[in-house]
Each structure stands twice: as structure tokens, then as C-alpha cells.
Design a protein around this ligand. Structure first.
Ligand SMILES: [Fe+2]
Ligand SMILES: [Fe+2]
Length: 241
């Protein structure tokens, strides 16, 4: 396992594989950050049911765009141009989770509850990683992680509120949950991933995909149960096991 702490000025001395993986992970992270607002701003901002909800949609979008800006800057520093990500069509996003559109409040809430939470797991991998500029963004106190915690809290609270409604309300939340649960589990990637192993070898990730997914399941399943919702079968509809 590679244990050096690499700064930008040290990059020319690094193994080409290290540079490749670093470029790749920064470009993917930038794509995911900007992919969020592109899913929900069009429909959810003007249709938010209360002033507070509208403010939350706008603020969440602004925070994600700021996260994009921060990852895009790191990527730019190592020669990866991410400007095309700003206006890329949703269906071309790197991860399936960002390829559609969000048009219901149930989907917006469950997205925060489940998908921002997957995002937190990914970001945690970078805290203490071998590339110092990336690690510094996520080390405590990290504004990005604090903001993600806010998105997750809001999504979790709203999902629980809707789940506590009448039968029809609960059915709508359950439908959104079933969809995003599967999508979220796939975001961790294949349990047996050769590339994930290389990220670990180079100190750019710590957990295996399977470990991170297992920890996520242990966190979300009790929350879903406590809301009186049904935990979906974690294997149904999955693409990356
Ligand atoms: Fe973010
Ligand atoms: Fe977020």
C-alpha cells in the first residue's frame, strides 16, 4: 500500500497509473456534484410547496455547484478540463443516478436521504487520502462534508414526514425509496472491482466497494424501518453486484 502524501508539485514524479486514477476520480466526483442540481432545479425550484422548501432547493443546488467548483479546480490543476460538465445532458452523466430528472417532492427528499448519503461515503474515502490537496478538502472541519450532512438531514427528515402521512402518501414515498435504494447501492460499484483495488493500492480510497456498501446498508436499513417503510430487497434490479 502506497503511504506517501503527494502534493501537486510532486505529481510529475508519480507513477502514470497514480495520475490516471487521480484524474479519473476527480472528473467523476466533479460530474456527480454538478449532476445533482441538474436533476432537480428545473422542476423543483418553482414548485416547492413552502418558502423554506424553495430556499432549501436553491441552497442545496448552490452548495453542490460550489462542490463542483472545488473538484473542478483540483482537476484543472492536474490538467483535466471539466468545463463541458457544466452543460452536459443528464443522460450522459457518469453515474446512472444522475441520468434522469427529479420532478416530485418524494424523489427530491429520498434523493437527499439515500443518494447524498452515498455521496458522503465516497467523500469520506478522500479524507486522509494520498493526494494532499484532495484530502484537505475533506478533512475535518470540511465545509463540503458539513453541507452534505445538511442535505442528508433534510432528505431524511422530509422522507420520514411523508412516510408518516396517510396510506397514499406512504405508498408514494415507498415507490421513490424502492427506486433510489437500488440506484444508490449500484453507485458503490462492483464488489469485486479491479479498479477499486488499484485506488486502494495508491491510497486514493480506503474501503473496498463491498465494505462501503455493507456499512451503508447497516446505516440506512434501520432508518428505513424506523420510518415504517419497507426495506427493499438489496439484490433486486441491481446492475453492479
Ligand atoms: Fe456535494
Ligand atoms: Fe449533497
Amino acid at each position: 500500500m502506497f503511504t506517501d502524501r503527494v502534493d501537486q508539485k510532486d505529481l510529475p514524479k508519480q507513477d502514470p497509473e497514480y495520475l490516471d486514477l487521480l484524474r479519473r476520480v476527480l472528473a467523476i466526483q466533479a460530474d456527480c456534484e454538478i449532476g445533482g442540481p441538474h436533476l432537480y432545479v428545473d422542476a423543483m425550484l418553482p414548485s416547492a410547496p413552502t418558502r423554506i422548501d424553495q430556499l432549501v432547493v436553491a441552497r442545496t443546488a448552490a452548495e453542490e455547484i460550489d462542490h463542483f467548483r472545488k473538484f473542478a479546480r483540483l482537476a484543472g490543476d492536474i490538467g483535466v478540463d471539466t468545463t463541458d460538465l457544466l452543460s452536459k445532458p443528464n443522460q450522459n452523466r457518469y453515474l446512472e443516478a444522475f441520468r434522469g430528472t427529479i420532478t416530485t417532492w418524494e424523489d427530491f427528499a429520498v434523493f437527499g436521504f439515500l443518494i447524498d448519503r452515498v455521496g458522503k461515503y465516497q467523500l469520506e474515502e478522500f479524507a486522509g487520502c494520498s493526494y494532499a490537496p484532495l484530502s484537505r478538502l475533506l478533512e475535518h472541519p470540511s465545509r463540503i462534508l458539513d453541507e452534505e450532512a445538511g442535505h442528508i438531514d433534510f432528505g431524511t427528515t422530509r422522507t420520514a414526514e411523508m412516510a408518516a402521512g396517510d396510506e397514499q402518501a406512504r405508498a408514494r414515498v415507498q415507490k421513490a425509496l424502492d427506486f433510489w435504494y437500488t440506484t444508490g447501492l449500484d453507485m458503490f460499484g462492483r464488489g469485486e472491482s479491479g479498479r477499486a483495488e488499484r485506488y486502494r493500492v495508491w491510497g486514493l480510497k480506503r474501503r473496498t466497494n463491498a465494505e462501503a456498501r455493507a456499512q451503508y446498508l447497516a446505516e440506512v436499513n434501520p432508518l428505513i424501518e424506523s420510518m415504517g417503510l419497507q426495506v427493499p430487497d438489496p439484490l433486486v434490479g441491481r446492475k453492479y453486484l
